[in-house]
Design a binder for this molecule. Structure first.
Ligand SMILES: [Ca+2]
Ligand SMILES: [Ca+2]
Length: 295
């Protein structure tokens, strides 16, 4: 069952309705989720420019959220061990891929990409080098996450690095571990007591918040207090991340996870699911790669 929350990411202005994004999670419910069981990150050195890979041990966890959307009905899920990039793929990293392979993104081929204003609009000339439209650029944003990449572009990038996209079970496990926490850092809201745990939007869905100095993307890893139990950064916010999973019941849509710079706390929850057509790029959607453990 799809909801209007999911429609909020769809690039169809007439369908835009982010009302569910305004849902406020009760503090009592958050507290009731219990104590957190933080686990130290286990990092493995990564040669080249792929960035640091984090070893995620795998295990069994409750996927979903009883207070979330209908498609978040909790169920017990087991994932095997894998590794995942500590940070989102940056413009610098993606430019290395393009320089080496000549890859042209779907946005470059079609000559347009979706840009968020008060709604999603298809912007001529928007692509990964011009994330917010033809007149924008990535100058000074080498360490910001690459955006305006399709699911195919994301998979091609990961493959070039010898990696792959995570499926959504792996993604959710990496984001929240096994203790049922709502967000990567725990159950506290993304911004409390001067501690900002990610790059996200205002409480009034779905508007960017420039109070952190970043109206749209921020350099990857800017918010260390938002780390997941395994030490992954920006799993909530900054940019949504493509997975390799098809959206249940909608095989033409691919699951995105994590929320972005324009979303409020409801959409930043580790269990929140959204589906998009795989061929489109948006200026709030990026890449994080995974791989199987080294044998
Ligand atoms: Ca911001
Ligand atoms: Ca993210």
């Amino acid at each position: 069952m799809r909801t209007d929350t999911q429609e909020s990411m769809r690039p169809v202005a007439s369908k835009f309705n982010c009302a569910p994004c305004r849902r406020v999670l009760s503090t009592a419910a958050g507290v009731a989720l219990g104590l957190l069981l933080a686990q130290p990150p286990v990092a493995t050195a990564e040669p080249g420019s792929a960035g640091q890979m984090i070893a995620v041990p795998g295990g069994t966890f409750q996927m979903g959220d009883p207070q979330g959307d209908a498609n978040e009905t909790p169920k017990m899920v087991t994932v095997g061990p894998f590794q995942m990039m500590q940070r989102e793929v940056t413009n610098r990293q993606f430019s290395e891929f393009v320089a080496a392979t000549g890859h042209r993104t779907d946005g470059e081929r079609t000559g347009s990409g979706y840009v968020w204003g008060r709604s999603w609009r298809l912007s001529k000339g928007a692509d990964w080098r011009h994330p917010d439209g033809a007149d924008s650029s990535i100058k000074g944003k080498a360490d910001h996450p690459v955006v305006q990449v399709s699911a195919g572009d994301a998979a091609a990038y990961c493959a070039w690095r010898g990696l792959r996209l995570p499926d959504e079970k792996e993604w959710e496990f990496a984001a929240r571990g096994t203790d049922g926490r709502r967000y990567p850092w725990g159950n506290d809201r993304p911004f409390e007591e001067q501690s900002r745990r990610g790059n996200f939007g205002t409480a009034a869905c779905c508007a960017p918040d420039r109070s952190d100095g970043y109206e749209r993307t921020a350099p990857v890893g800017t918010y260390p207090s938002g780390a997941s139990p395994y030490g992954l950064l920006d799993m909530a916010g900054n940019v949504w991340e493509w997975t390799s999973s098809r959206f249940p019941g909608e095989p033409d849509h691919v699951v995105l996870r994590g929320g972005g710079w324009g979303n409020n706390s409801y959409c930043l929850r580790a269990s929140y699911r959204h589906g998009n057509p795989p061929q489109i790029g948006l200026n709030m959607v990026g890449i994080r790669c995974a791989r199987d453990p080294e044998s």
